[in-house]
Design a protein around this ligand. Sequence first.
Ligand SMILES: [Cu+2]
Length: 200
Amino acid sequence: MRRTAALVLAATALVAAGCGRTDPADRPESVASGALEAPRPIVAQGTFSRYSPGNKAISYDSSLVPAGAEAHLVVAQIVDTTTVTLSVSKLLPNRTYGAHLHTKPCGAAGDAAGPHYQHRMDPAASASPPSVNPAYANAQNEVWLDVTTDSQGDGTSKSTQMWVFSETPKSLVLHADKTQTMAGRAGTAGKRIACLTVGA
Ligand SMILES: [Cu+2]
């Protein structure tokens, strides 16, 4: 009994509850208790290869994203802040790739991934043409993860946002070029050359 009680105390922050079980309904500040547990990050990873049904990491251009290249994405949302980290490996060396979170899952062609996730949606935008207004298509309102590889073809990037997703993005898209910021082209980054599905 004493050992059990000690384990419970060690494993939780509910020291004040003392011995005995704590019914969640009895906790006056269940929101505060919940905040002690960081939500589990969303993780997506894959090794790129040509499209086939069910493939979660698709290369649409093997000259820029060779088969065997890898991507690893972590989305951590804590309170009202989101941090997204991308690691890539075995891409072309010393090259910048555009990268963003998109709203739909990957498919047979790059278009399947839909538009960029936007925190405040551009009311003038649709899937085609996409939002290219810098007031909405910017690195604070979308998740941009442009990544530059080293001499080994490896690289990392990170984006921190002061908001959390109202709907989880469904894909990470790698583009051929660096992301543009000028009016009329903001958020564009050339061809969609690879896609990693996020979530189921
Ligand atoms: Cu994109």
